[in-house]
Design a protein around this ligand. Structure first.
Ligand SMILES: [Zn+2]
Length: 552
């Protein structure tokens, strides 16, 4: 391969050769009589597909495809049902969420007393001295109109240390014993990039701890998960994702343990989605030393980008903004890593051939991250680095132009407008026209993706479509109507754009001959559905690599 041939072209020509034997191959399964929306420009709608092993062998009209069938081959009549490519969730935390579902109390409840009851029940079954752990608590979704207090937690869990993660993942709530075990008292100073909350009147600890101050608990809570627990976590979340039509997901804050869990789950047959596993920057030295980089792996488990974090979160109102939060004139949010730190880690990864994905929500966070990426490309230009802006929530015209010039990929929250409507007032109606800005991205030719960020956001692809198309929450409030996109665009964002974000657009993301047989069969056609009921479209079956991963 000389310098004139890029690596990708070389791989492309290899793919053409491997297709040749497929020509003589007989299909093992034919799906026919469907309304197949392929997301392929050359052949946008088909009626049937033939599948051999894990790939599409043919895509076309019923008669063409059925003619390929040898006698006795399995044929499934789709009865006119709509088929889409399998959905790709480009930013989520599935392996870690699966582990949480295995062990922690699911605090996605609608009152503080319900949260207390769930924790009390768990405490009763927990040996003395061990932690009671909760997750998915959301202060804006309880009817009480106030956050969980240290007194609430002490009342529910008096004899065990307790640690409840907010749904957004950037704040936690602990009881008195939990704070003590973590080494936090009233005099503990805020660490850089973190905050230990105090009652503004009494100065006593409130129990709420934000951003890097959560590290106190990381040291105190024993991580006694076995290797098998990690595999079980992937198995559990696999079923949850497959049920909604997801066939690929990015593990957006992964580490070597997650990578091993994915391989274990793949080997035991429990992995039902293709994992693109990011690696947190803290592990990058060991990974580079091992000689691996982005792209290493196979179609089921692949190494993704190195993950950096620039600022705070949208759901917990800590994203770094240039204009303060509504009604909080001094609150601009927070920066988690300095620009110099982002650059230092970024440079290391960039030079070693890694893609970089940086969490950047607020306009200040995005500006800072782009400055780092621009500097990396200026100093050490790399072909097709596909820098990623994880979330990339609040944009303006200047940021859009720079994202386009860099060829960077934003992964905005897909279900937030619909699911987290009650948080939108903190940003205000005007600002919402520049948030989760799919219309702006697509108009500029930027390949934005579908991304749930589960657990913070819901991962249901049909909810993503409804949220993106209607920009309307569950109570009927419209947030940022300028950013509405069409159903067809939303499907593209959730399929082929997701494949591009992991350098796999030649492998998946559309229903085309030679690509992986990943698809979803829906109960109704989203292109004909009233946009306000898209979320109710049932998923009937999901297939990944020619195997049904979900059947209703
Ligand atoms: Zn995330």
């Amino acid at each position: 391969m000389n310098d004139g041939t890029t690596r990708r072209e070389f791989l492309g020509s290899l793919a053409a050769f491997t297709l040749f034997p497929l020509e003589q191959e007989k299909p093992e399964l034919i799906l026919h009589n469907g309304h197949i929306v392929t997301m392929s420009a050359a052949n946008p709608v088909a009626e049937a597909v033939a599948i051999s092993r894990d790939r599409f062998l043919a895509v076309g009209k019923n008669t063409e495809v059925i003619n390929l069938a040898a006698p006795g081959i399995r044929k499934i009549d789709l009865g006119g049902k709509t088929v889409l490519p399998g959905f790709i969730d480009a930013h989520s935390h599935p392996a870690q969420a699966g582990l949480s579902h295995l062990r922690m109390v699911d605090c996605d409840l609608r009152s503080i007393s319900a949260v207390q009851a769930a924790l009390r029940e768990r405490a009763a079954k927990t040996p003395a001295g061990e932690w009671v752990l909760g997750f998915k608590y959301d202060d804006t979704k309880t009817e009480d109109g106030r956050p969980l207090s240290i007194a609430d937690l002490d009342a529910a869990v008096p004899d065990h240390p307790a640690h409840i993660e907010h749904r957004g993942g950037h704040t936690v709530y602990a009881n008195s014993l939990g704070l003590r075990k973590a080494g936090i008292d009233e005099k503990t100073p805020d660490p850089p990039g973190g905050k230990i909350d105090h009652d503004p009147v009494t100065g006593k600890l409130s129990g709420r701890v934000a951003e890097s101050a959560q590290d106190f608990f990381d040291k105190a809570i024993p991580h006694n998960f076995t290797r098998d627990d990690h595999r079980e976590g992937v198995k559990l979340i696999s079923k949850m994702l497959a049920k909604t039509g997801i066939t690929s997901a990015t593990e957006a804050q992964g580490n070597p343990t997650d990578l091993r869990a994915y391989q274990d789950a793949r080997d035991s047959g429990d992995l039902l989605y293709r994992a693109y596993c990011f690696i947190n920057y803290r592990f990058i030295d060991a990974m580079i030393e091992a000689g691996v980089r982005t792209g290493f792996g196979d179609e089921w488990v692949r190494l993704g980008a190195m993950k950096l974090v620039c600022d705070g979160s949208i759901s917990e109102r800590t994203a770094r903004l240039s204009v303060p939060y509504e009604g909080r004139p001094n609150d601009f949010g927070i920066l988690v890593m300095t620009e110099e730190e982002l650059y230092t880690y970024g440079r290391k990864a960039h030079l070693a051939g890694w893609q970089i994905g940086t969490h950047a929500n607020g306009d200040v966070g995005i500006d800072t991250t782009l400055r780092v990426y621009e500097r990396l490309q200026r100093e050490d230009p790399r072909h097709d680095p596909r820098f990623r802006l994880e979330h990339c929530t609040l944009i303006n015209d200047d940021l859009i132009a720079r994202i386009k010039a860099l060829g960077a990929i934003p992964t905005p929250f897909s279900t937030y407008v619909y699911y987290h409507g009650e948080k939108m007032r903190y940003y205000g109606a005007e600002r919402l026209n520049h948030m989760f800005a799919l219309r702006s991205f697509l108009d500029a030719g930027i390949r934005a993706t579908q991304a749930s960020d589960y657990p913070p956001g819901e991962f249901i692809p049909m909810m993503a479509l409804q949220s993106e198309v209607t920009r309307t929450d569950t109570k009927g409030n419209v947030w940022g109507p300028h950013q509405k996109i069409t159903v067809e665009e939303a499907i593209r964002v959730g399929t082929i754009n997701g494949a591009y974000a992991s350098y796999e657009e030649n492998l998946k993301g559309s229903i085309e001959t030679g690509k992986l047989a990943d698809l979803v069969v829906l109960g109704r056609d989203p292109l004909k559905e009233n946009p306000s009921t898209l979320v109710t479209i049932p998923v009937e079956r999901t297939m990944a690599g020619g195997r049904w991963t979900f059947e209703s």
